[in-house]
Design a protein around this ligand. Structure first.
Ligand code: SIN
Length: 191
């Protein structure tokens, strides 16, 4: 599969059947919100784990020295917390371009957590970079991932900034993700 997924995303998923479109972000979409939205809400999805297993050629690394960024790995019994945004269909022109380095759009149930703590289930959209995409880097230890991240940078900035900003955004949401906090701990010994 080509690393550029823009055409695939535009042909594989029309958004016409949605009354409300909820985009669920679990990585940079939590802290870098460079698109307009109608409302946002802390949320989670089930059956997925956040992992720094995707390569970044275009944001936090280069084709010669790809950074490591977040993707989702299917894992029964897991919960992944993030932020959901209600957006219009037009935003996917920008979003598909932003997520073009291997991420495909998928439809999943998203559980919105409203201000009174109640949960509302919606059909949502997530971007996943699976092992079929050519930028995929795959599993490694948190220590090795931290060492990799410490040595990468790309057009959007330092790879370490992606990890640190995500860790801080998760802390603000009150979310503990041991994969992220362990990478951050190892990273703090390196930079
Ligand atoms: C996401 O944040 O939901 C997708 C991965 C990324 O852009 O970091």
């Amino acid at each position: 599969m080509l690393a550029n997924t823009v055409a695939q995303n535009q042909s594989r998923q029309t958004l016409e059947h949605y009354d409300e479109i909820w985009l669920f972000g679990y990585g940079s979409l939590i802290y870098k919100v460079d698109f307009p939205y109608l409302e946002k809400c802390p949320a989670y999805i089930l059956g997925w784990q956040r992992r720094f297993w995707q390569g970044s050629h275009d944001h936090r690394g280069t084709p010669e020295n790809p950074g490591r960024v977040a993707t989702l790995i299917a894992q029964a019994g897991s919960r992944c917390d993030g932020m959901a945004y209600r957006v219009t269909a037009e935003e996917f022109i920008h979003l598909d371009h932003r997520e073009k380095n291997g991420y495909l759009r998928h439809e999943v149930p998203v559980f919105l957590i409203n201000e009174s703590g109640q949960q509302v289930k919606k059909l949502g959209i997530i971007y996943i970079a699976d092992e079929e995409n050519s930028a995929y880097l795959g599993e490694d230890s948190e220590e090795a991932i931290a060492a990799h991240i410490a040595n990468c940078r790309g057009p959007s900035g330092e790879n370490s900034e992606y990890l640190i900003m995500l860790d801080e955004a998760l802390a603000e949401l009150g979310v503990v993700d041991p994969h992220i906090s362990q990478i951050r701990w190892h990273l703090s010994n390196l930079i």
